[in-house]
Design a protein around this ligand. Structure first.
Ligand code: VGL
Ligand code: ZN
Length: 189
């Protein structure tokens, strides 16, 4: 797939808490960093999202069930767990969005309350590639919102990891049905 200036790469939540040793580790989550590092060289427009919760966020549970609405405390604003994973290359001139900042509202999508769609349109972006963590939650929501906002949307499968196999398979099916295309990072260039 030939990349030009109307393409953007959205890198979802590659943060310490979603990687090995973090509060809500996605299995092999840290592995996406090197795949994304190679991918990003092709793009003029890079967006990095961060899960960025207040200490009392509504999704936090003392007895987490690792499902929607019941997560361990994770990605608390300005904490080490909320920082980008150290293996990820993070250019300072990229576009950054924080989400999930309202204590009473869950926000999985990088488009939710961030103004991202308007910013991408302002830059003339027509197609977005989505990568990061986790396939079954924030990556899924971000890709669905991208389609709804009118962007041609491509999921880079080997640049994503999911929390659990069943929800990840279901997410890929939902995304397919919504018109999201799938690709491998080796096809992008
Ligand atoms: C995420 C669970 C809770 C994600 C964020 O980034 O996929 N998952 N908060
Ligand atoms: Zn979260």
């Amino acid at each position: 797939m030939k990349i030009d200036e109307s393409d953007a790469l959205i890198i979802v939540d590659v943060q310490n808490d979603f990687c090995q040793g973090g509060a809500l580790p996605v299995p092999r989550g840290e592995q996406v960093a090197r795949v994304i590092n190679r991918l990003m060289i092709h793009f003029d427009h890079l967006v990095f999202s961060r899960d960025w919760h207040p200490q009392d966020h509504c999704s936090f549970s003392d007895a987490p069930e690792y499902r929607d609405g019941s997560w361990p405390v994770h990605c608390v604003e300005d904490s080490p767990g909320a920082e980008f994973h150290g293996d990820l290359r993070v250019p300072l001139d990229a576009c950054f969005v924080n989400k999930g900042t309202d204590p009473d509202v869950e926000a999985y999508s990088a488009f939710d309350g961030t103004g991202l769609a308007a910013e991408l349109r302002r830059r003339g972006v027509q197609r977005v590639f989505v990568a990061g963590l986790a396939t079954d939650y924030c990556v899924k929501s971000t890709a669905l919102d991208a389609v709804r906002a009118g962007f041609e949307t491509v999921l880079v499968e080997d640049a994503c990891r999911g929390v659990a196999p069943e929800t990840t398979a279901a997410a890929l099916e939902t995304l397919n049905e919504a018109g999201v295309r799938m690709c491998r990072s080796s096809e992008v260039g």
